[in-house]
Design a protein around this ligand. Structure first.
Ligand code: HEC
Ligand code: HEC
Length: 386
């Protein structure tokens, strides 16, 4: 390294050197342009200003205190552990603005939707129908997917809503009733019937149970009902009142069709004898009062459209796609933040739910129904206790 006064002009470039030299390599003196330096200085000054006026520095308090929540308009604000900044700016304001914009965009449809009281009329208006579908789809993901699966495909104990095999009926009115009041949900108007526990309550002998199970297996087999089986008479005397003479099911009782190959609780011999011995009483929560009227109607239309919807003469138009932001549930209009009072907590978001549904596969009315909490006694799936 050389000294100041050793500075020289580089022969090739004609640029002054800094006097620094390493193994014959000389450093040329090419300082950054003035303007660049000043811009740099300005940004430093600017950033200091930024720290002051905007939230910036983490503070120690989140580690010691417990954060607080504050409701402003439709948005829940959480106090964060950082300096607030003199402008008092927060991202929550931007969120509120974008929520308001979405709400406004939805409003034009929502007003019309609210004014159109008949499902039939909604179904005849492609735009309105598409709006209801989009809202229903988002609501389903938030509220129903945790039990029925994000594609409504169901799992053990939780019916598939895509097929035309209905426990309680697949017309718009049936679906709305199931949704509104639930099944064994503790609501006064809930659908109630419960299959007796033939084994546990000693209504049938063990041998009779085996015989009637043989008969149920025959019902759903290719050969069909076999009236010569000893179980045939047992079935007629004990089961037909709910499941029908021919075992095709009874919707007044939510009694499944036993002649198809669709099983709510499994179609293996062991599953069926388990059902007859202990019985099941699946719980579908009620939604009246938990979801607003618009949401219940949108969900009804959505579930009805999934594939198994049964007609009441309502013409269902072809699917119309429309730009309604899917991530915004229709209920966003009033309460976009899913509140804690909802029976199914925040975790019911779709990622969690698909996992939950697979887990639920193993054991029947697992947590979700208990969590619903409105009527814990109703969760009397005895087989779970076994
Ligand atoms: C806690 C779990 C759970 C949640 C959440 C849930 N369901 Fe259900 N649902 C059930 C169970 C269990 C049944 C079957 C009841 C029975 O055994 O009769 C059912 C039945 C139904 C039926 C009747 C099916 C038929 O074949 O008749 C419909 C329709 C339905 N649910 C729609 C919904 C919709 C829409 C939502 C969301 C708003 C929802 N469910 C949320 C558990 C749930
Ligand atoms: C009081 C009405 C009632 C009677 C009587 C009754 N069941 Fe049921 N059964 C039901 C209901 C309701 C369900 C559905 C339970 C649920 O959804 O949780 C059911 C479910 C079943 C299932 C499960 C079907 C599936 O898809 O997994 C089988 C099997 C069954 N019953 C067989 C019988 C047999 C056999 C008898 C007679 C020994 C009988 N049931 C008597 C109401 C009844």
């Amino acid at each position: 390294m050389s000294d100041q006064h050793n500075k020289e002009i580089d022969q090739i470039t004609g640029v002054e050197t800094t006097g620094h030299e390493w193994d014959g390599l000389k450093e040329l003196n090419n300082p950054a342009p003035r303007w660049w330096v000043w811009v740099w200085v300005a940004t430093v000054v600017w950033s200091v200003g930024y720290w002051v006026v905007y939230p910036a520095w983490p503070t120690a308090w989140p580690f010691f205190g417990s954060g607080s929540m504050e409701q402003t308009g439709s948005v829940t604000r959480t106090t964060t552990g950082a300096t607030k900044g003199t402008f008092g700016w927060t991202q929550y304001e931007e969120l509120e603005a974008s929520q308001a914009e979405i709400t406004a965009r939805q409003a034009q449809y929502l007003d019309k939707f609210q004014a159109t009281t008949s499902y039939d009329q909604i179904s005849k208006d492609p735009e309105l129908y598409a709006f209801a579908q989009a809202g229903g789809k988002a609501l389903f993901k938030n509220n129903c997917a945790v039990c029925h699966g994000s594609g409504a495909e169901g799992s053990k104990g939780f019916p598939n809503l895509n097929d035309d095999d209905w426990l309680w009926g697949g017309t718009l009115a049936d679906i709305e009733q199931t949704l509104r009041y639930g099944v064994r949900s503790g609501h006064d108007e809930a659908r109630q019937s419960v299959m007796p526990s033939f084994g546990k309550d000693e209504l049938l002998e063990k041998e009779e149970i085996e015989q009637v199970v043989d008969y149920v297996l025959a019902l759903s087999s290719d050969t069909g009902a076999d009236s010569n089986l000893p179980g045939a008479e047992i079935f007629a005397n004990n089961c037909a009142s709910c499941h029908g003479e021919n075992g095709a099911g009874g919707r007044d009782f939510g009694a499944p069709n036993l002649t198809d190959a669709i099983w709510l609780y499994g179609g293996e011999r062991a599953d069926i004898s388990n059902t007859v011995y202990f019985a099941h009483a699946g719980v579908m929560p009620f939604w009246e009062g938990k979801l607003d009227e618009d949401s219940i109607r949108q969900l009804t239309l959505y579930v009805h459209s999934l594939g198994g919807g049964e007609g009441e003469g309502a013409a269902v138009p072809e699917k119309v796609s429309m730009e309604v932001p899917a991530e915004v549930p229709a209920q966003a209009e009033e309460e976009p933040v899913v509140t804690d009072e909802e029976p199914v907590a925040e975790e019911s978001s779709s990622e969690v739910s698909s996992e939950a549904a697979t887990e639920l596969d193993v054991d029947v009315p697992a947590e979700p129904s208990v969590e619903e909490g409105s009527n814990p006694e109703a969760v009397s799936d005895e087989s779970a206790d076994k």
